[in-house]
Design a protein around this ligand. Sequence first.
Ligand code: 13P
Length: 268
Amino acid sequence: MNRARTPLIAGNWKMHHGGASGAELAAAVQRIAAQLRGVECVVAPPFTALAAVAQTVAEIAEQTGHASIGVAAQNFYPEEKGAFTGEVSASMLADAGCNWVIVGHSERRQLFGETDAFVAKKAKVALEARLHPIVCVGETLEERGAGATLEVVLRQLRAATDALVAGKGAAVVAYEPVWAIGTGKNATPADAQEVHAAIRKELSARDAGLAERTRILYGGSVKADNAASLLGQPDVDGALVGGASLDVAAFGAILRAAAELASRPTSA
Ligand code: 13P
C-alpha cells in the first residue's frame, strides 16, 4: 500500500445474494465502512439485487451522514441498446445506481469466451458511461508453471491500456491469478508484489502520472488472516474479494486491515 493511493476493497459476490439477502448484506457492509477512514469499499451483487442494494446503501449513507459504499455490476454488454437478448448495457447499470463494473474477470474469460479485445472494449464503454471499470487480469496455473505469468498478465493489460489511459485513473486494475481464485491458495505477498510492480511499470511506460494514480487490487483467496500481509506490499492498493465478501465478519476484517494500514504514518 502506498498512502498516495486510497486503498479499495471490493467484494465480488458472484452468483450469490441476488434477492433480499443482497440488500441485507450490503446494509451490514455499509454500516462497517461508515466507521472506517481512509479506505474505499465497493460491493458487486448479481444484476437482480443491484437496484435494491444501491437504494439501501444510499439511504443508510444519508441517515448516518457518511459516504455511501460503491456499487458494482459484475458484467455488462458494451452496446447502448438493441437486439442482445439477455444482456444489460452500461447506461442501464448507471440507471440502477451502479458506479462501478467488473470487466474481464477470469470466470468471464474462461466460461464465456471473453477475449482481451472484448474486455478492452468493455473498459472503454464503461468509462464513457461514467462507470469505474475494475479490469481483471491473471494467469492460469499452467501459464505460471510455464514461466509465462508476466507475459500473460502484461498482454491482457496492454489490450486495455488505451482505455486505462483515457480513464485518467478512473479505472482500477485487479490482478487475480486464476489458480488462486476460490482455491484457498493465495499468491504470496512477494509474488503479488512482483506482478503488481510489473503492471505499474507497464502503465508508467505510457503515462507515469497515471501509473502512480492507478490502483492495482489483488484478488484470489483474500481472507481476514492474509489481507494485511498482501495489502502491506507497496504496489498492492486493495483487494478484490470473492468468497470472504459473503461473510460480513470476514469482509469487515479485511476492510479494517486496509484502514489500519492506511492510518499508519508510513506505509509498509
Ligand atoms: P475468492 O476470493 O473466492 O478466491 O475469489 C476471488 C475473485 O474471483 C474475486 O473476483
